[in-house]
Design a protein around this ligand. Structure first.
Ligand code: DGJ
Length: 582
């Protein structure tokens, strides 16, 4: 009997039926064991039966294993450093987000959203930054309602869109209006800030219970998203809170905040400053240097007795809170998470803009406060788009622009963000107001979508440049593949472009692909090469399923009789140029 048990159990998948049969068989009497033939037949019968029984189990294990393996191969949406770029990887491939952010209240109602989705699709968006508020998710403490989340995910899928959810919870634009009413009315448990000696209706980041409640709700949300979307990956990223910071004062003056402000700067922060001294953002470094690079002391001792110390203090406390919310969410479902920022000019005092938000000058403080957030983003409404982009694309922080202007301006800026700063994505604010198939940003999105796989590869190889030209910056030069590309505003037969935008990728030793409008390119081989270059041919075209489909051969007036690679001002075009060297 023991021997049989062992023999049978070698097959694996031992089952109750199987054991019962064996025991019965054994129980028939040891004498039967002497009958070898009968013994073998019975054993074979049992093996066969066992196989039949275990096959489906084995198969389902195999399927499960395959599912687990493929989930591991593709994984949840995540950020990956690929060569020169940090990219959002979706189902194994880089995904460049061509997005818009909805008005704050649009996504609070599924019926309201219904007619918006087709317009977003018609504008060639592939993703939508979609507000989602705490008050609607947890109207009663501990009781969650995810019907809206499920509905939005379903609508997005029907419209082939991805979602970046925007968690509007403790703060939005420096104020607190999206927390549920059970939080609003309990000022004892969920303390408020004091500004200029007045208690105000803004949650204080000092409130441990508030942080816990926000984090708990966010964790529940992420847990739900994992169940609803863990295999389809419609939700690709999460923004936590919105443009946080103190407005109207440079810091919170509540009792708890005053106590914390009079205490020592946390050792994690000073250790970070010390360890990253060489790469600190220049303003922060200057303030720290000016006060003697102290590694211990109160906030004013380390950063000086000014509003800047207040700003750094607030940055630390918002960051610490938001990292904790992110961490709780990531423990349930780990997808990229970020914070966005209301930007302000360098000399404006903190408090006139939200003091403590992740401005470039305090981004190091946010980074020091924890690992919950993956990156920090600018909401760029200011005219100097390129400068703000550069300030955020630095020291390992990738550029993602969750809010900016759309229309003509956005149509140009998206090329700079994705082409020059290896951006993860670009999102025009209030997209539901402007979405249409004739929107200029939509034309840019359509053209960029056509070259997206190529662009993602060029971003990682560092083989792409994006640019904006106008009457203040009429030319630009880039060197790629040993050739200098000289760009200028396009002109032809007396008509001259006044602005231009685009991106150019090096796609082969003598081949470049460009997308944009209003510029012309001439080529100069590098002086040390001793060679000259000429234009072998220019084609306009499109990429279909990754394959180049050539349209017109552009020659004559269209390439200045072989002298320049031209992109006229009429529309955004995709063109390929082949060079020869001599
Ligand atoms: C910036 C905010 O982040 C958005 O939610 C929205 O309120 C816009 N400002 C309005 O201009």
């Amino acid at each position: 009997m023991t021997e049989e048990r062992l023999g049978i159990s070698e097959i694996g998948g031992g089952t109750a039926i199987f054991w019962t049969e064996l025991e019965l068989w054994a129980g028939e009497g040891r004498s039967t064991q002497r009958n070898n033939l009968r013994y073998l037949c019975a054993k074979l019968r049992i093996h066969m039966r066992n196989l039949l029984f275990t096959l489906p189990i084995l198969m389902s294990f195999l399927c499960l294993e395959t599912a687990v393996l493929s989930a591991q191969t593709t994984g949840a949406p995540h950020l990956e450093k690929r060569g020169a770029a940090t990219q959002l990887i979706l189902d194994g491939k880089p995904f460049l987000m061509l997005s818009g952010e909805l008005h704050n209240s649009s996504s609070s109602n599924l019926e309201y959203m219904k007619p918006i989705w087709p317009r977003l699709k018609a504008m060639s968006l592939n993703s939508v930054v979609t507000p989602l508020s705490w008050e609607l998710i947890e109207p009663k403490e501990g009781s969650y309602d995810f019907a809206l989340v499920d509905g939005l995910i379903e609508q997005a899928r029907d419209s082939q869109q991805k979602i970046v959810f925007l968690w509007l919870a403790s703060w939005k634009n420096g104020l607190s209006s999206y927390e549920p009413v059970w939080v609003k009315q309990d000022t004892k448990r969920f303390p408020r800030m004091v500004l200029h000696s007045n208690p105000v209706e803004i949650l204080s980041p000092q409130g441990a219970a508030t942080e816990e409640a926000d984090a708990r709700a966010f964790a529940a949300l992420m847990k739900h998203i994992k169940v609803a979307d863990g295999s389809e990956h419609t939700v690709v990223m999460m923004q936590i809170e919105n443009e946080v910071g103190v407005l109207g004062d440079s810091r919170d003056h509540s009792e708890a905040a005053n106590k914390a402000f009079a205490s020592a700067v946390p050792a994690e922060l000073t250790a970070y400053l010390k360890a990253h001294r060489e790469t600190l953002y220049p303003d922060l470094k200057d303030w720290w240097d000016a006060n003697g690079n102290k590694t211990a002391g109160t906030w004013t001792e380390v950063f000086g007795d000014s509003e800047r110390a207040d700003e750094i203090f607030m940055a630390w406390h918002y960051a610490r809170y938001i990292h904790a919310v992110a961490k709780a969410g990531k423990a349930e479902y780990d997808i990229p998470m970020y914070a966005n920022t209301w930007l302000m000019g360098d000399t404006t005092p903190p408090g006139e803009y939200p003091s403590g938000g992740a401005e470039p000058r305090v981004m190091d403080v946010w980074r020091a406060a924890g690992p919950g957030l993956d990156f920090y983003s600018p909401d760029i409404y200011a005219p100097n788009f390129t400068e703000w982009s550069r300030r955020y694309h630095r020291d390992g922080n990738p550029l993602y622009v969750p809010e900016t202007r759309g229309g003509e301006l956005g149509a140009a800026n998206v090329f700079y963000a994705l082409g020059e700063e290896a951006g993860l994505g670009f999102s025009a604010w209030a997209i539901d107001s402007e979405a249409s198939d004739t929107n200029p940003l939509g034309q840019s999105y359509k053209a960029i979508a056509g070259v997206a796989p190529l662009l993602a590869e060029a971003q990682s190889k560092g083989d792409v440049h994006g640019f904006l030209l106008d009457n203040n910056r009429r030319t630009a030069n880039f060197t790629m593949n040993g050739v200098t590309l000289h760009l200028s505003l396009d002109k032809s037969f007396g008509s001259a472009a006044t602005s231009a935008f685009g991106l150019i990728m090096a796609t082969g030793k003598n081949e470049f692909v460009g997308v944009g409008k209003g510029f012309r390119v001439t080529f100069v081989a590098r002086a040390d090469g001793g060679q000259q270059v000429g234009i072998a041919g220019v084609d306009e075209g499109t990429y279909e399923d990754g394959k180049w489909v050539a349209g017109r051969r552009l020659n004559g007036d269209e390439n200045e009789q072989g002298v320049a690679w031209r992109f006229d001002s009429k529309q955004v075009r995709t063109e390929k140029v082949e060079l020869y060297r001599f």
